[in-house]
Design a binder for this molecule. Structure first.
Ligand code: AGP
Length: 613
C-alpha cells in the first residue's frame, strides 16, 4: 500500500504535495519522492526514508511549479532505496508517473520493452508501466491519454496512477483499478490522493474513481472521464462529510477495526499474481530457487514471536498435513538461547510482520551461522529480518498500524498455506483432487472473510455480555488450536482480561477446574475432522455451568442447541479454517476492549515492533 498525491492549479504545488504525503504516511513510509513541472522542466526529487527525509533531501533544490505529483512508498517490487522510490520516468524523460498497486505481468512487459531498447534503472513494476506508456505513445503517435488507456488494457493487477507530461503542463492523467484514488475539485485546481485526507482541507467536493476508470484533469478543458474500454463516463461528484481524523482511519473508529475489515483485500493481495486455480499453479517467485531445499529438508523450524508464532503454528499443521515435512515451531526468544541442534539440512522460516523483532532476528542469525537455509515471511520489504534471509515471500498486507496484529496474521497464514501447497504438489504428497479443491477454496477466502465480517453486529452484542469477565478460556483442536491461542492473545493484549488458549482435549488435564458460571469459554467448533470431539468438550463445559460462545460452520445445528451463543462462518477446507475462524475472535476482542475503554490501537505496555530483547 503506498500513498499517492497530485496537484494541478494556481498554487505552489510543493507544500501541498508534502503535506499530503505526510497525511498518507500511514500507507507506507520506506521511501518518498515528488516531481514538479515548472518552466518546461520536470524536476524530480526522491530518496529512501520518510517524507521528512525527502524534505531535508529537497532543501536548496528547485521546488517551483504549480503542477506536481508525490509518492510515499510501501515497497512491493524492489527494496526501499533512492532508485526504487517514485516518481518514475519514461526513457525520454518526458513523462513522470507514481503508482500504488502491483502490476502482475510487469516482467513480461519489461522483457519486451528491453528487446525494444528500453533501459531500466529500478527494480519496480512502476518504471515498466511508464516506459510501456511511452512506447505505446511513440507507436500510436496519438493522444497521450489514449496511450495510457491502451497500456492499462494490457496490464494485469492493481493500480492507482498519476502521470504528468513535461510537454503539457496544463494536464494530469489519473487511473484506478483495485487501488484507491480520489480527485478533489477546487476553483480552477485539482487535488489527487489515495484517500481524502490530503484533500479535505482544500475542498469537500470529490470524485472517487471506480475500478477501470481513467481521467484527464485539464485546467482549460476540465475533466474527461472514461473507462479503459474507451466508454465515456459522467463524473459523480460527492460532498465529503467525514472529518480529517475519521478519514485517516477510513471512517473506522480505530486502525485495528479498519485493518480487520481490510482482510478481504489484504488476503487477496497476498495471493495476487501467486495463485491460479485455472492453471492449477502456485508461483512464489521469492522462494523458487529454494524449493528443493525446502522439500528435502530434514526439518522445517519456524521461529517467531507473539501472533506470528501462532501463524507459524498453523504453518506446522499445514506443512505436515500437505507436504509431509517434519516441522518444529519455536519461540524465537527460547530458540536463540537453548543451544538447539541445527544442521545444514534444516530450513528455518522466520515469520515477522515488522521484520524487526530482535529475538527473531537473533534466532535466524544463529541458525544461518549453523548452516541452515533461512526463509522469511515478512510484511515490511527490506526489513532487517528479510535482509538476513536467503529468500522469502512478503505478505503484502500493507502497513499494520494497530499494535494488535490482525491482517498480518491472516496474511502470514495465507503465505504459509501457499508454501505448503506448493511443496505438497512438488513432493506429490497431496492428491490432485484435494490440491485442486484447495486452490479453488483459497481463492474464495477473501469473499468468505467478507461474509464472516457480516457477523460484526452479533459479535458486538456478545461482547456486551462478556466485557466484564476477569478470565476467559479459548479452545480449539487441530488447525483451530493455534486460532484459540491467537484469540486469547488478542483479548489479553487489548482488553487486559486474562485469557488462555488450549487444545480442547487438554481441558480435562487441569483447566476444567476453572470452569464455572463466571468463565466464558470461546470454542472453535467448526465442522472439521475433530468436530464430534469438540462437541463433547462443549458438553463438558456446559455440565459445569460454563458459558460457551462457539464459532461454528454456517448451518450448524448441534452446537447451536448446546452453546449459549454461536457465531457462524462459511464452510471451507479444514486447512483454511484458521483464515475464517480468527475473524470473529478479532472482532470480539476489539469490541470488548472498546467497551472497557481501553486504548485499542496502542494498548498499555505494548509496542508495535519489539526491537529489543
Ligand atoms: C500481536 O498482536 C502483537 N502485536 C505481537 O505479539 C507481535 O505479533 C509480536 O511482537 C511479533 O511481531 P512481528 O510479527 O513484527 O515479529
Amino acid at each position: 500500500m503506498c500513498g499517492i498525491v497530485g496537484y494541478i492549479g494556481t498554487k505552489d504545488a510543493y507544500p501541498i504535495l508534502v503535506k499530503g504525503l505526510k497525511r498518507l504516511e500511514y500507507r507506507g513510509y520506506d521511501s518518498a519522492g515528488i516531481a514538479l513541472l515548472h518552466d518546461g522542466n520536470l524536476n524530480v526529487h526522491k530518496c529512501k526514508g520518510k517524507v521528512a527525509d525527502l524534505e531535508t533531501f529537497s532543501e536548496n533544490k528547485n521546488l517551483s511549479g504549480s503542477v506536481g505529483i508525490g509518492h510515499t512508498r510501501w515497497a512491493t517490487h524492489g527494496p526501499p532505496n533512492d532508485v526504487n522510490a517514485h516518481p518514475h520516468m519514461s526513457g525520454d524523460g518526458q513523462l513522470s508517473l507514481i503508482h500504488n498497486g502491483i502490476i502482475e505481468n510487469y516482467d513480461v512487459i519489461k522483457e519486451n520493452l528491453i528487446s525494444r531498447g528500453h533501459i531500466f534503472e529500478s527494480d519496480t513494476d512502476t518504471e515498466v508501466l511508464v516506459h510501456f506508456i511511452e512506447e505505446i505513445h511513440a507507436q500510436e503517435k496519438g493522444d497521450l491519454f489514449d496511450a495510457v488507456r491502451i497500456a492499462l488494457n494490457e496490464v494485469h493487477g492493481a493500480y492507482a496512477i498519476v502521470m504528468v507530461d513535461m510537454n503539457n503542463p496544463r494536464e494530469v492523467i489519473v487511473a484506478k483499478n483495485s487501488s484507491p484514488l480520489v480527485i478533489g475539485l477546487g476553483e480552477n485546481e485539482y487535488f489527487i490522493a489515495s484517500d481524502a485526507t490530503p484533500i479535505v482541507e482544500y475542498t469537500k467536493n470529490v470524485i472517487y474513481l471506480e475500478d477501470g476508470e481513467i481521467a484527464r484533469l485539464n485546467l482549460d478543458t476540465g475533466i474527461k472521464l472514461k473507462t479503459v474500454r474507451n466508454e465515456d463516463k459522467k463524473p459523480y461528484v460527492q460532498e465529503l462529510e467525514m472529518q480529517l481524523e475519521a478519514l485517516e482511519k477510513g471512517g473506522y473508529d480505530h486502525f485495528m477495526l479498519k485493518e480487520i475489515f481490510e482482510q478481504p483485500r489484504s488476503i487477496q493481495d497476498c495471493m495476487r499474481g501467486r495463485i491460479s486455480s485455472a492453471k492449477g499453479e502456485i508461483m512464489l517467485g521469492g522462494i523458487k530457487d529454494h524449493i528443493e531445499e525446502m522439500a528435502n529438508a530434514d526439518r522445517i523450524i519456524i521461529v517467531a514471536c507473539g501472533t506470528s508464532w501462532h501463524a507459524g503454528l498453523v504453518g506446522e499443521y499445514l506443512f505436515e498435513d500437505l507436504a509431509r515435512i517434519p516441522v518444529e515451531v519455536e519461540y524465537a526468544s527460547e530458540f536463540r538461547y537453548r543451544n538447539p541442534v541445527i544442521t545444514e539440512n534444516d530450513v528455518v522460516i522466520a515469520v515477522s510482520q515488522s521484520g524487526e523483532t530482535a529475538d527473531t532476528l537473533a534466532a535466524i542469525k544463529m541458525a544461518k551461522g549453523a548452516g541452515a537455509t533461512i526463509i522469511g515471511i515478512c510484511n515490511v520489504v527490506g526489513s532487517s529480518i528479510s535482509r538476513e534471509t536467503h529468500a522469502g515471500s512478503y505478505t503484502h498486507a500493507g502497513p499494520e498500524i494497530g499494535v494488535a496484529s490482525t491482517k498480518a496474521f491472516t496474511a502470514q497464514v495465507t503465505v504459509l498455506t501457499q508454501m505448503a501447497l506448493l511443496l505438497g504438489k512438488h513432493k506429490k504428497t497431496i492428491n490432485s483432487a484435494r490440491y485442486s479443491r484447495l486452490l479453488v477454496e483459497i481463492e474464495a477466502i477473501p469473499e468468505k472473510v467478507e461474509i464472516a465480517l457480516k457477523s460484526d453486529a452479533l459479535i458486538e452484542q456478545i461482547a456486551e455480555i462478556y466485557k466484564d469477565a476477569t478470565n476467559a478460556l479459548y479452545l480449539g483442536r487441530g488447525y483451530n488450536f493455534p486460532v484459540a491461542l491467537e484469540g486469547a492473545l488478542k483479548l489479553k493484549e487489548i482488553s487486559y482480561i486474562h485469557a488462555e488458549g488450549y487444545p480442547a482435549a487438554e481441558m480435562k488435564h487441569g483447566p476444567i477446574a476453572l470452569i464455572d458460571e463466571e468463565m466464558p469459554v470461546f470454542v472453535i467448533a467448526t465442522n472439521d475432522a475433530s468436530y464430534e470431539k469438540v462437541v463433547s468438550n462443549i458438553q463438558e463445559v456446559k455440565a459445569r455451568k460454563g458459558k460457551v460462545v462457539a464459532i461454528v460452520t454456517k448451518g450448524d445445528r448441534t452446537v447451536k442447541n448446546l452453546a449459549d451463543h454461536v457465531i457462524e462462518i462459511p464452510h471451507t477446507d479444514d486447512a483454511l479454517v484458521p483464515l475464517l475462524a480468527t475473524i470473529p475472535l478479532q472482532l470480539l476482542s476489539y469490541h470488548i476492549a472498546v467497551m472497557r475503554g481501553c486504548n485499542v490501537d496502542q494498548p498499555r505496555n505494548l509496542a508495535k515492533s519489539v526491537t529489543v530483547e
